[in-house]
Structure formats: C-alpha cells, structure tokens
Design a protein around this ligand. Structure first.
Ligand code: 4AD
Length: 432
C-alpha cells in the first residue's frame, strides 16, 4: 500500500521518495520538460516531469493535464530555492485520477464571476486560507465555552415568535400556520438556564436584511451564550475574554493564512495584550462629536458609518454600553440608575469593522416586558411561555450573541462579509 503524504508532510521530510495526491494548481512546459505545481489543502509544490525519464506515452498524458486535474504523483523530493515553496519533486511516475475541463477561473476575474463560481472558487488559496481561519474560530469558540464550564444547548430554528424585531424575520408557511426562521437562540435559551445554568450554542440565525452592506448576511452563524445568576459585568468580561481567546488562537495557528491574506498580524496583537475600551453610548456620542465631527442625536442608534468612524480611532475593540431603551430589544433590562437606558452592550471591532457582539442583562419584570412588547406592536399573548419564565423563580440573567462571520471578516481583514462563509446568503446572492 502506497503511503500518501500531504504537501506539507512531504516538505517536512525534505528528501527521498514521496507519494502525493492533489490537484494541478499551475502547469507549463516544453516538448521535453513539464512543470506541474500540485496543491492540496496544506500547500503547493512544484513537480518536474521529464520526457526522457517517463517515456513518450506517459509524458504525452502529462502534457495534456489541465489546471484542477486530480493526480497522484510519485517521485523524489529535494530542496530547491527557485521553486515556489522551496521544494521540488522529480516525478518518477504519476496517475491522473480525474481529468479536468478547462477551468473557468483564471486571473483577474470580477467579484460577481467568482461568486457565480463559488463552488470552484473555494479551492483558491485565498478562500482556503479564510476557511482555515474560520475553522480555528469555530474551534476556539467551543474551547472557550467548554473551559468556562458552559453546557451546549439547542433552540429550535422554527419559531412562532420573533426575538430581534419584526422587520427582519423570514416568514415560513408551517403547514398553514405562519412561523419564523429564528433570529436568535436566546429566548429559548432563557428557558434552558433554569435547567443547566450557563449555556452556549453555535447555530445559524436568519435575518431578512434588506440592506446591501458589506456586513450583513441573511443566514449567519451565531455563537450565543446565556448565564444564570449573572451580573452585567460578567457579560462584559466574557465578551472581552472570548474575543481575546479567538484572536490568540488565530495568531497561534494561522500565521501562514494571515500572510496569504496580506493581513498584518501586528494589527491583531494588541487585541490579546491590551484591555478593551469601555464607554457608554452617551460618551460614544461625545467622542463622535469631538473627534469625528459627527453629530448624533441622543436616542438614535449608531449607524454603520458612525461605528466605522468611532472604531477607526482605536486599536482594540470597544464595549459600548447603556444604549437608549427605545432603540434596543424588548428583553433588555432597564438600567436601575437611569430608566432611559438599558444594560445592553455592543462590542465593536476596531479599524472600522464595527459590531461583532450584542448582549444584555435580561429584563426580569414581566410587566415591563409586556409594556415594551406592546410598544413594538407585538401581542404579549404570543410570548406567554416566555413571560412564564419570569413567574416561576426568575433570576438575574443575561448573555450575548457573537456574529461569527463578522469576527472572521475583521480578523482576516476582509472587505466584505460574503467571503467569511463558504456559500453566502444575502438579499441579492443566494446561488450557488
Ligand atoms: O445584536 P443582535 O441582534 O443580538 C441578538 O440576536 C441577541 N439575541 C443575542 C443574545 O443576546 N443572545 O445580534 C448579535 C450579533 C451581532 O452583534 C452581529 O455580530 C451578528 O449577531 N449579526 C449579524 N451577522 C451577520 N449578518 C447579519 N445580518 C447579522 N445580524 C446580527
């Protein structure tokens, strides 16, 4: 049985016989010599095929391979400073596993063309690098919550209620009854804490966002946590710690990928080393006025442009707290010291990336929740089960939701959130 090595493993071996399996990344040649750059998930490597060694028939097959042909290659590896990754394989034998049609993706294609061919573009070095960082981020979220003692808990994706306001729900026909695709795991998680204490999930959330911004998806992965007996400060602490933990894991595991993406790791190092900046919404408005010459009327939510200007002033994330009650969701607890604001927090990523986490202490008073639901045009009756949670041994609790693609977009330094997920869903892009 042939033992196949990955490109990385073969380069680590550095000399002697190796067998590899992968895809043709580039190819060029003359009548006697052919260069094939082979790629797999780990790296690329140059392979040299000589007519004199392989014989006319075999060389002819090699001469016809196109980009993205899948192959098995057997040969001798050695260091060669001129080769693209510093090693070269003198091929002794090979097999074509799957021939390739002419690959439609060549250099300098438009973003739209690449999006239409997403199923093929995923193989690019750029997308591979992003997907590896994405994998690190998901692992890190899990590791963080597990090390902090949280249980995994699941909410349904079909929901009779909306959590984050009716304007961004996807309505579905559930055997004749209208239902919604979940916007957040939270409401059902608030039931789960009475059983498990501290819980988390990583699951898709759905938002019927009509916005065509570079940071909104209609289906995104949402890492959420909910804590029993928690104080507002606990939410801020975990928001800061989890972001530090994720960034640290990416810095430990993905230096190569950051390089491929031309993302300067120095921009990420302060995230791990320095404390995040906390400010109230009211103070954020002052900073916007003084440093950015932007006037935001008190009571208006911060728009993308304002978050962008504000976060460009800092090298670490901001934890903006105590937003006006009227711009935030019905479940956020009113600040006992100021009834106009809620104990809510948005964590804003630096360099203009903006909101990556939204969280809050939860309102405990069923009467206040009912009032707020009515003010938002909702019928409190359809939230009967949720209001029950406040009637049977209610406790202080709270949590947050972290938009995983938002975090990946920022860490990778991407221009658009669409590249942070394999097959993006937005208002205008839902195929393939
Ligand atoms: O601030 P949001 O709406 O908060 C909630 O859903 C709470 N129920 C979470 C909780 O407390 N358990 O969303 C949380 C995060 C945002 O900070 C953002 O990172 C991300 O979800 N997010 C989106 N990401 C991509 N595309 C969208 N359309 C997003 N909408 C929100």
């Amino acid at each position: 049985m042939t033992e196949y090595k990955t490109v990385k493993e073969a380069m680590k071996q550095g000399s002697g016989k190796v067998s590899l399996q992968g895809w043709v990344y580039r190819e060029r040649g003359s009548s006697k010599l052919k260069f094939i750059v082979l790629r797999d998930s780990t790296d690329i490597i140059q392979c040299v095929l000589e007519k004199d060694k392989l014989g006319d028939k075999k060389f002819d097959v090699a001469d016809k391979v196109q980009v993205e042909t899948s192959m098995r290659i057997h040969g001798i590896i050695k260091e060669d400073k001129r080769a693209p990754t510093g090693y070269e394989i003198a091929v002794e034998d090979f097999e074509v596993v799957g021939a390739s049609n002419e690959f439609p993706i060549t250099k300098d294609q438009s973003t739209e063309f690449l999006a239409d061919n997403r199923h093929l573009w995923l193989r690019s070095r750029r997308m591979t690098a992003i997907l590896k960082i994405r994998s690190t981020v998901f692992h890190a979220i899990d590791d963080y919550f597990r090390k902090e003692g949280f249980y995994i808990y699941h909410s349904p994706c079909f929901s009779p209620n909306n959590c984050e306001g009716g304007s961004t729900v996807f309505k579905v026909d559930y055997f004749g009854t209208p239902m919604y695709l979940t916007q957040s795991w939270q409401l059902y998680a608030e039931a789960g804490i009475f059983s498990l204490g501290n819980i988390y999930t990583i699951a898709p959330s759905f938002r019927a966002e009509r916005s065509k911004t570079s940071r909104h998806l209609t289906e995104y992965w949402h890492a959420e946590m909910e804590m029993a007996w928690c104080k507002f400060e606990d939410i801020l602490k975990h928001a800061e710690q989890i972001i530090k933990f994720i960034v640290q894991k990416v810095l430990e595991n993905n230096q190569e990928e950051l390089k491929i993406l031309e993302r300067d790791p120095k921009k990420l190092e302060p995230i791990v080393k320095k404390p995040f900046i906390q400010m109230t919404y009211t103070d954020a408005l002052k900073v916007l006025k003084e440093k950015c010459n932007m006037d935001v009327e008190w009571g208006k939510d911060l728009r993308t442009i304002e978050e962008e200007k504000l976060t460009k002033l800092y090298e670490v994330p901001l934890l903006v707290t105590r937003y006006p009650k009227k711009v935030k969701a019905f479940y956020m607890k009113v600040d006992p010291e100021n009834e106009d604001v809620v104990l809510g927090v948005d964590c804003l990523a630096p360099e203009g990336y903006g909101e990556i986490i939204g969280g809050s202490q939860r309102e405990e008073s069923p009467e206040e929740i009912e009032r707020r639901l009515r003010a938002q045009g909702e019928d409190p009756k359809s939230y009967g089960w949720y209001l029950d949670l406040r009637k049977y041994g209610s406790i202080p609790h709270g949590g947050f939701g972290l938009g995983v693609e938002r975090v990946i977009t920022w860490i990778c330094g991407l221009d658009n959130i669409k590249d942070a997920i394999p097959f993006p869903r937005t208002m205008l892009r839902f195929n393939p």
